[in-house]
Write a protein that binds this ligand. Structure first.
Ligand SMILES: Nc1ncnc2c1ncn2[C@@H]1O[C@H](COP(=O)(O)OP(=O)(O)OP(=O)(O)O)[C@@H](O)[C@H]1O
Ligand SMILES: [Mg+2]
Length: 271
């Protein structure tokens, strides 16, 4: 097994946030849940940059802080210390109103559980973010998404009339409709069979390669991660590896190296 793919990653701590070509970044990003003896250090000084126009996968053991990292980067939750930066916007400088607008206008989300509104058609679900923002749909962009995602014949269907894979494609179109700076996807294939999962992953990749979007995806599946341009590994709330142009084998080797690390490191629980 080629272990040279496993290298420590991330910018030098203290490096100022970047100004160009980076869609999302973290500097010293730390999140502690709870207090006192029950405190959990879910993220511990994470420094990482995610390139614009790239598809990045985040992997790591359960509880390693993947969802927490995405939530902080997307402005869904606040850091305990350190900084989450979207483009050049430091999220800690924003008040509640500005954060709400940032989440609405500059960030898209795809969740494992689809989160579609059951009474709405596929088309209405896709257009919902624009509806909420009072913005008009860009008809050409809607067409591009619908065709790229193979949803043309499904636009008038309600979620209950769609397969899991189709529902997740609707959720992806909804995440992309407002052309957000970054789409965050947390285990988007976790509830899908392998064929639907492969469809969703190739659509995510196409949205990056052909539509110029930026996607950051959490996954547990090395095959899914291999669709990405890069895999960032997390362990115990810290960046633990970085793999460029991942293959499933390279990802497995990186995860194996993590397991070795884990057996020699402290648990991520702090007093
Ligand atoms: N709201 C919360 N309150 C308290 N602890 C939390 C909260 N959310 C997460 N944690 C803890 O923070 C740590 C990181 O959780 P997180 O959900 O980020 O992990 P994850 O890598 O996404 O795991 P999984 O692969 O299981 O989804 C875990 O120890 C978790 O128990
Ligand atoms: Mg998670």
């Amino acid at each position: 097994m080629d272990t040279t793919v496993y290298v420590p990653s991330g910018p030098t701590p203290g490096t100022p946030p970047p100004t160009g070509g980076v869609a999302s970044s973290a500097r010293g990003l730390t999140k502690v849940y709870g207090q006192g003896a029950a405190a959990v250090r879910a993220l511990d000084g994470v420094d990482v940059d995610f390139a614009a126009g790239a598809f990045t996968a985040i992997m790591g053991p359960s509880g390693s802080g993947k969802s927490t990292l995405m939530h902080l980067l997307a402005g869904l939750d606040q850091a305990t210390s350190g900084e989450a930066v979207l483009g050049t916007t430091r999220l800690s400088t924003l008040d509640d109103g500005a954060l709400t607008r940032l989440r609405r206008d500059r960030v898209g989300f795809v969740f494992q559980s689809f989160n579609l509104l059951p009474m709405f058609t596929a088309e209405a679900n896709i257009l919902l973010p624009l509806e909420l923002a009072g913005a008009r749909p860009d008809a050409a962009w809607l067409d591009t998404l619908v065709d790229t995602l193979g949803l043309r014949q499904r636009l008038t269907h309600r979620p209950s009339e769609l397969s899991g894979g189709q529902q997740q494609r609707v959720a992806i179109a909804r995440a992309l409709i407002a052309k957000p700076d970054v789409v965050f996807a947390d285990e988007p294939t976790g509830n899908l069979d392998s064929r639907s999962g492969a469809e969703v992953l190739s659509f995510l990749r196409r949205s990056v390669r052909e539509l110029g979007r930026t996607v950051i995806m959490v996954t547990h599946d090395p095959t899914a991660a291999a669709y990405a341009d890069r895999v960032v590994l997390l362990a115990d709330g810290r960046i633990a590896g970085d793999i460029a142009d991942p293959t499933p084998d390279a990802v497995l080797a990186g995860l194996d190296a993590l397991r070795t690390l884990e057996t020699t490191s402290e648990p991520a629980v702090t007093a």
